[in-house]
Design a protein around this ligand. Structure first.
Ligand code: ATP
Ligand code: MG
Length: 689
């Protein structure tokens, strides 16, 4: 057997990979935590551990591997496959096919809930609401209760959903969440409680689950000891990457699945915890060792393999100023004379030109577009760059931005499939019916009410009088749903059925129908990659494809394209050359995140995450001024921005400070910038108005 894969690891990584596996057969190891800084090989170690377990005889069907995104999950599966191929030869493909329980917490939760639905009184035909659908349902309930009318300044649907979600994921009382995170909503505690109760009831009546339910139901399910034993017993090994960004529900699920921690491995970095706004808590990783008796094994890694020494030194300097002390001091052996750059540009237009110029120059120098990434704090920050890239025909894919599935026509198609799957899903039904000319909200509501009174809602549609002025459109709507319900067309052919029904509406509703039509064909192709309607809907709702520059929906797999990504979506990844946009106060820290010192600290960790994505070169770009739209009596004007407070003057030694095209960083304008109070964040918010 070729164990060369172990020799490439350093001693600590090897300790983690081999932990408890020396004895072949059924020996299952105690709990293990790998806690280490960015780029130290945590994910790599986890992949090696999975491969090693398989090589040592573990059954891949009995391995549960959870990562942060589907992209990360498939990347992990690829790494495991590569190692297994190396060691075991041709069998490896079969082995990794069997590695079926690899995915995100939410995706795995959805699958387990379908398997155990009946045991917990859930109809297995449930559909899943994405955040937008959830907000729509929250809104519907809000209106039904009359809060939006009678209570002036009642929280918006988005805020209501955020509060609800925070309560659920942190397992904390509403009262405390309001006090700590939403003090301006505290006056509505009573109404919010009523609203959330009604929201939960509406979901149950309609047989829909929102994202939070996937964890919540799962957590409730595994608190039933018999079910917990059964699910826990399906998996010999449970492994989790990016553990610092899990919330309390997720850790309680793990603890219930593996109460003694046997076969449990988690890896993460407390300095990279960036999801507290979704109730993630760094306590999970810090408290992990002590949750077991005897305590879990802890492995720390201190060598960074990703970045050059000057980049790592700058990133370490940024995180060293944090108020908390992170234990790791990373070192690297990748020497380089090139310090990261701090590039001052005049404004966002110049920033876009600078990045586009550099990206092309790098490509000429041999760095493919795919090996370069542009990162930003908020999705809206990349707008001017996207325009510049499009103008220059530089292809790009954007992670964490507007999704293919967010476009109205794709949502319409999916609503039809979802409604056929679960005709009690009112948000889907509401959307669909209102596509028909002559059907407004009150008609849709009436029909949905009538449907919900029967055991076979779609069958009942034939008996419901045709709504006025709908004629043939109604007939073909009903016929399509009924055909879908029979399942005769089969998967994925039935998506063609939906498309034929939808096309006339598309033509009527959208001027650019022919462009949108291409997306529908694309959707059909994507659908072909999934075994069933239900898997397709689940996976797409949980982790939709990213937006691309040609709007085709799926990344152009074989081609070369630049990566644009929010920092949150860049987690765990690495690129040869990285650009970070808008490294100014108001953007990072975001002016939305400077309420409490904890929020500011999280913004600092975000910058650390961004900087540590870079292997060979890192450019932090600072526009000197931003353009605001009519924020004051003078109308539009420029405001000056100042360098992010996370890079104070004492850290400038870690950077090569320069200007582009001719701006000098210490120019009069920069001096002036420090004098002016700036509200860049307000401008950023203005983009969404
Ligand atoms: P992050 O905190 O950003 O998630 P990480 O700790 O998960 O980072 P990896 O992504 O696993 O780090 O590894 C970073 C880089 O270092 C990868 O390119 C990986 O291939 C490389 N690497 C990891 N371990 C070794 C090793 N022992 N020898 C050589 N290269 C290594
Ligand atoms: Mg990682």
């Amino acid at each position: 057997m070729n164990a060369g894969y172990l020799e490439k690891l350093n001693p600590e990584q090897r300790l983690a990979v081999e932990h408890g596996t020396e004895i072949e057969g059924s020996h299952i190891s105690g709990p293990l935590l790998v806690i280490a800084g960015a780029g130290s090989g945590k994910t790599n170690t986890l992949a090696h551990r999975v491969a090693h377990l398989i090589v040592k005889g573990a059954d891949p069907r009995r391995i549960l591997l959870m990562t942060f995104s589907r992209r990360a999950a498939s990347e992990m599966a690829r790494r495991v496959e590569r190692i297994c191929t190396q060691v075991l030869g041709a069998n490896a493909g079969i082995i990794t096919d069997a590695l079926a329980w690899t995915g995100t917490f939410h995706g795995i939760g959805a699958r387990l809930l379908r398997d155990y639905a009946e045991q917990i009184g859930l109809d297995p035909a449930f559909t899943i609401h994405d955040r937008e659908d959830s907000a729509d349902l929250m809104n519907l309930v809000r209106h039904e209760l009359g809060f939006s009318k009678t209570e002036s300044r009642f929280p918006t649907k988005g805020t209501c959903l955020a509060i609800y979600s925070r309560v659920v994921n942190s397992e904390t009382a509403l009262e405390q969440i309001l006090r700590d995170a939403f003090p301006w909503c505290a006056a509505w505690e009573k109404q919010l409680r009523e609203l959330f109760a009604a929201y939960v009831e509406a979901k149950q009546v309609q047989n829909v689950l929102d994202y939070d339910d996937l964890l919540l139901y799962w957590a409730h399910m595994v608190h039933e000891p018999l079910i917990a034993d059964d699910i826990g017993g399906r998996f010999d090994h449970v492994l989790v990457d990016e553990y610092q960004d899990t919330n309390r529900l997720q850790s309680s699920i793990l603890m219930a699945l593996k109460p003694g921690g046997h076969g449990l491995t988690v890896v993460g970095d407390d300095a990279q915890s960036i999801y507290s706004f979704r109730a993630a808590t760094v306590r999970n990783i810090l408290d992990f060792p002590g949750s077991f008796s005897p305590a879990a094994n802890v492995v720390t890694l201190d060598r960074n393999y990703r970045s050059t020494q000057p980049i790592l030194a700058a990133a370490n300097a940024v995180i060293d100023l944090a108020s908390e002390r992170f234990t790791k001091n990373l070192r690297t052996e990748r020497q380089s004379a090139e310090r990261p750059r701090l590039v001052t540009v005049r404004d966002e237009a110049d920033q876009a030109r600078y990045v586009a110029d550099m990206v092309l120059e790098n490509r000429e120098g041999g760095t493919r577009l795919k090996q370069q990434a542009v990162l930003f704090r908020a999705s809206g920050h990349s707008g001017p760059l996207e325009i510049e890239l499009t103008r220059r025909n530089i292809p790009f894919v954007k992670f964490g931005g507007l999704k293919f599935l967010d476009s109205a026509h794709v949502k319409d198609m999916l609503a039809a499939l979802r409604f056929a799957q679960n005709p009690r899903d009112r948000v889907a039904g509401f959307r669909l019916m209102q596509l028909l000319p002559g059907v407004g909200p009150s008609t849709a509501q009436r029909v949905l009410d009538q449907m919900s009174e029967t055991a076979n809602p779609i069958g009942a549609l034939t008996d419901i009088p045709t709504p006025a002025r709908t004629g043939d459109d109604w007939t073909s709507f009903v016929a399509t749903l009924q055909e879908l319900q029979t399942g005769k067309a089969g998967w994925p052919a039935e998506i063609g059925l939906v498309r034929r029904w939808y096309e006339p509406h598309l033509d009527r509703l959208h001027e650019d129908a022919s462009m949108r039509q291409a997306d529908l064909i694309q959707l059909e192709q994507i659908a072909g990659g999934y075994p069933s309607r239900e898997r397709f809907l689940t996976e797409l709702t949980l982790d939709p494809p990213d937006a691309t520059s040609d709007q085709a929906g799926v990344p152009l797999l074989d081609e070369d394209y630049l990566i644009l990504s929010t920092i949150h979506s860049a987690k765990g990844q690495e690129w040869t050359k990285v650009f970070m946009l808008n490294v100014v106060d108001g953007c990072i820290p975001s002016d939305l995140g400077v309420g409490t010192s904890a929020e500011i600290e999280e913004e600092r960790r975000l910058l650390y995450v961004a900087m540590t994505r870079a292997k060979d070169s890192l450019d932090l770009v600072l526009p000197q001024r931003f353009f605001t739209h009519g924020q004051n009596a003078q109308g539009d004007r420029h405001v000056y921005a100042s360098r992010s407070r996370f890079i104070p003057a004492t850290l400038l030694q870690f950077f090569e400070v320069c200007g582009w095209p001719q701006v000098r960083a210490d120019s009069a304008a920069m001096a002036q910038a420090r004098q002016v109070r700036v509200d860049v964040g307000a401008r950023m918010r203005g983009m969404w108005r």
